[in-house]
Write a protein that binds this ligand. Structure first.
Ligand code: SF4
Length: 489
């Protein structure tokens, strides 16, 4: 496998994103549009919205707590309907199975619908090594594939590109006259992709939901490309994480109301496909072979961690990305892997290894906006805090003994500082005296003193005002200059 994980360079990544004016413009337009759209769609549901979120959370809690039961039921049903199930341990295992299928059937072209899971296992690269051309058919995903990039958003892969960027890209890669007209660009992509659909032997999709009761794979989309991917090629492979299973068909009603509203502000997605088994007669729609690859790839470890298990409730709507003040400024690529934003900061360290992504849980202001918008009420801020704690504990255990002693001293000093701060804030008199002393200390020692230099290495410590607000106010309103000598009650 290629190593497409760039989480270790997170600091360089976000600095470069912050200085990219074009990216800042594209992010501002797209996240504002998504956030406003979601707000209106949610408002249209009224008070029922919170009831739906609570119900969805209950279903997810129940499904994840009984995962072995529901996965077993789902797999048995798929096989009963003529499909095959492959349990993949990790990315290598899943790639080997899918490329093996293509090789055994002499397939040289695969069409793919947008799937974060195939990005996670780098399936395109594995297929290319096996001599199979893989073509993305979701328009945004097709754009990033043409650009040789990776998606920067869970539901809008090309969110970082402006219309002008796409016009340049199409003209360069497809050798056509440059146009910024969206209809003409879309028609052009459609012409190219229809050819691919007509000749591909393999269609690869993810799965939004897997219904245990009926063995149904549910796919939600707006472009119709998933419908074609799952019905035209002879072989359909659906790749899903173990967490996608839900118990019953009636549970879907809850998720199908929450997902499009949270994702794109739509009441309903344009297409919802229910795939149950293979075609049974030549005039039926659908593939001759259906293979469902159920992937672990680190999820069982998440399941075993009671503090972080909730990360498996995610339905990948992307709402937490759009509302996150960090994502809004740095975009998706800065996170260094395929899952960006708050949910990425949480999932990535768990899936690629904490030591490779230890900065990500700290890339959050913990403002709680992600939890507010999440349709499953996932408590991302609390889990980020827990991950931070685990990462710091692991790092402390790796530190040699003398440095550990110095860190301990640092922590004690910090605790003393907090105690002193609490004491100073107890009464107004103490607060004002402490402020005067701090002002004196700052002017005597300066910001570059040993006391401040670690703090100011990455932050500004602005000079304190010569007089407090209250002193300034009294001086102006009462015409007095000696407010600090006044008795404070
Ligand atoms: S964590 Fe919640 S808001 Fe974020 S993508 Fe997942 S379901 Fe959507």
């Amino acid at each position: 496998m290629q190593d497409e994980i760039h989480t270790e360079t997170f600091v360089e990544n976000y600095r470069s994103a912050l200085s990219n004016a074009q990216l800042q413009k594209a992010l501002a337009i797209a996240t504002t549009k998504f956030t406003l759209g979601r707000g209106m769609a949610v408002a249209s549901v009224g008070d029922e919205w919170n009831l739906l979120r609570e119900r969805a959370r209950e279903i997810k809690e129940h499904s994840i707590a009984n995962l072995d039961h529901y996965l077993g039921k789902f797999a048995a049903k798929i096989e009963e309907l003529g499909g095959r199930v492959y349990w993949a341990r990790d990315a290598r295992d899943a790639n080997a199975y899918i490329t093996g299928l293509a090789r055994d059937r002499g397939i040289s072209l695969a069409v793919k619908s947008k799937s974060m899971m195939t990005e996670e296992i780098e399936l395109n690269h594995a297929l290319a090594l096996a001599g199979v051309e893989a073509v993305e058919t979701d328009l945004g995903e097709y754009i990033v594939q043409l650009a040789g990039e990776r998606p920067s958003h869970i539901i809008a892969p090309a969110i970082h590109k402006t219309r002008g960027d796409v016009a340049d890209l199409f003209s360069e890669k497809l050798h056509v006259e440059r146009t910024e007209e969206i209809e003409r660009m879309t028609a052009l992509a459609r012409r190219v992709l229809r050819q691919k659909f007509a000749t591909a032997g393999l269609g690869v999709t993810g799965a939004n939901f897997a219904v245990a009761e009926t063995g149904t794979i549910v796919l939600v989309e707006n472009e119709g490309n998933i419908r074609l991917t799952t019905s035209l090629p002879r072989v359909h492979v659906a790749l899903m994480g173990i967490e996608k299973v839900i118990p019953r068909l009636e549970d879907l009603a809850v998720f199908l109301r929450l997902l499009p509203r949270s994702a794109s502000g739509q009441k309903m997605s344009s297409y919802v496909s229910f795939i149950s088994g293979v075609k049974t007669s030549p005039i039926d729609e659908g593939p001759e072979e259906l293979h469902v690859v159920i992937l672990d790839n680190g999820r069982v470890d998440i399941l075993a961690n009671e503090h972080l298990r909730e990360s498996l409730y995610c339905i990948r709507c992307g709402a937490c990305l759009n509302t996150c003040p960090v994502y809004q400024k740095i975009g998706g690529h800065a996170y260094g892997w395929i899952y960006p934003g708050p949910i990425g900061a949480l999932l990535t360290p768990q899936l690629v290894g904490r030591e490779r992504a230890e900065n990500l849980p700290f890339a959050s202001s913990l403002c709680g906006a992600c939890r507010e918008v999440c349709p499953i009420k996932i408590n991302i801020p609390d889990m980020l805090l827990h991950l931070r704690h685990e990462i710091k504990e692991d790092a402390a255990a790796r530190v040699p003994a003398p440095a550990r002693a110095s860190n301990r001293l640092g922590r004690r000093l910090e605790a003393l500082g907090v105690k002193a701060w609490r004491a100073a804030m107890k009464t107004r008199r103490r607060y004002e005296r402490s402020a005067r002393m701090a002002r004196l200390a700052q002017s005597a020692l300066g910001n570059e003193s040993m006391l401040f230099n670690r703090w100011t290495a990455t932050r500004d410590l602005p000079p304190m005002a010569p007089r407090s607000f209250r002193e300034e106010w009294e001086s102006r309103m009462l015409g007095t200059n000696n407010s600090k000598d006044k008795e404070v009650k």
